[in-house]
Design a protein around this ligand. Structure first.
Ligand code: NAP
Length: 289
């Protein structure tokens, strides 16, 4: 038996697994593409060949895949669902409030506990003092996994019993991030079009790490960094659009940025840093996107 199973070995899932390995926590891992497990050190890890094997291996199941409906996608099959009885599922894949509430209900019908979390740091910070994850869901369930989650970083916070609270706050936080992206891209375009060195712009914000990092990425053209990719950010943007539809609020903001993302994906930049958006914005001759 392992202490925890991790479903998903993308950038984030692999970082979660590595943080547990570093802390000496025994883990089982499952990934749709099993080959990705080869990148993990062989210590303290069991690679489960099937979803059923991965469920029965541990009392706590962490999901971190790029799919907001992943609870049902992974566990929806009736034979698999039966195995969830008595387990705690921690959903760390970015999802929507409506979906999170449905997942909680579905899992409760199978006698499984459920917590939802939003990872608010890059994969490189998991397992360090800057590892930052916000969790919502029943306090009693959280207390049972608090120590286990604590291995992921120094900034793990429980925001209360309302299962959807973190999802709502995460969407609000994402809106701010997308607004910042658009502002930084346009600012960089203004500077470059007039021959002003981007470093001069960056220097106007000595205390703003995001401007230092993102505009620095444009300045240096280092779009191949291993962090949240443009396609991962686009998946979050799709959630902002769907949330606007779910609750009937204006979708103009996410729709507007979405067209820029679509262009970048079409141009082949899906696996690059999100600031690769600049490559499709630059020199666009004033085209509205
Ligand atoms: P990623 O590197 O693109 O990896 C995607 C993972 O999801 C892979 O393991 C992939 O399996 C799996 N997957 C996708 N669709 C699936 C499906 N239908 N069934 C089973 N597995 C599926 O993404 P990531 O960066 O690890 O992101 C994972 C989650 O963490 C996302 O919800 C993202 O929003 C969230 N997150 C990421 C970051 C970040 O900095 N990367 C930050 C905060 C939150 P295969 O290997 O088989 O393709």
């Amino acid at each position: 038996m392992s202490e925890v199973t991790i479903f998903g070995l993308g950038l984030m899932g692999s970082a979660l697994a590595q943080a547990y390995q570093k802390a000496g926590v025994s883990i089982t891992v499952w990934n749709r593409t099993i080959k990705k497990a080869e990148a993990l050190e062989p210590e303290n890890v069991v690679v489960a060949p099937t979803i059923s094997d991965a469920i029965v291996a541990s009392p706590v199941l962490i999901i971190c895949v790029d799919n907001p409906k992943s609870v049902l996608t992974l566990f929806g099959h009736s034979q698999v669902g039966r195995l969830l009885d008595g387990r705690t599922i921690i959903q760390l894949s970015t999802s929507l409030p409506k979906q999170v509430r449905e997942d909680q209900k579905w899992l409760a019908e199978r006698n499984a506990d459920f917590l939802y979390g939003a990872i608010h740091c890059g994969p490189q910070y998991l397992g360090t003092k800057d590892g930052n994850i916000l969790i919502s869901g029943p306090s009693a369930s959280y207390r049972q996994v608090e120590d286990l989650l604590g291995h992921q970083g120094g900034k793990i916070a429980h925001l209360g019993d309302d299962i959807a609270a973190v999802s709502v706050l995460d969407l609000a936080w994402l809106s701010v991030r997308f607004g910042e992206f658009l502002g930084m891209l346009h600012a960089s375009n203004i500077c470059q079009a007039e021959g002003i060195d981007l470093q001069k712009f960056i220097s106007m914000f000595p205390d703003n790490e995001r401007i230092q990092h993102h505009v620095g990425t444009i300045r240096d053209g280092t779009y191949d960094q291993r962090t949240a990719t443009l396609s991962v950010w686009q998946a979050s943007l799709e959630l902002l659009k769907r949330q606007a539809m779910d609750v009937g609020i204006d979708a103009g903001f996410p729709n507007h940025i979405g067209t820029l993302f679509d262009k970048a994906i079409k141009a082949g930049y899906a696996e690059e840093h999100v600031m690769a958006l600049f490559k499709v914005l630059k020199g666009d001759g004033g085209t509205t996107y």
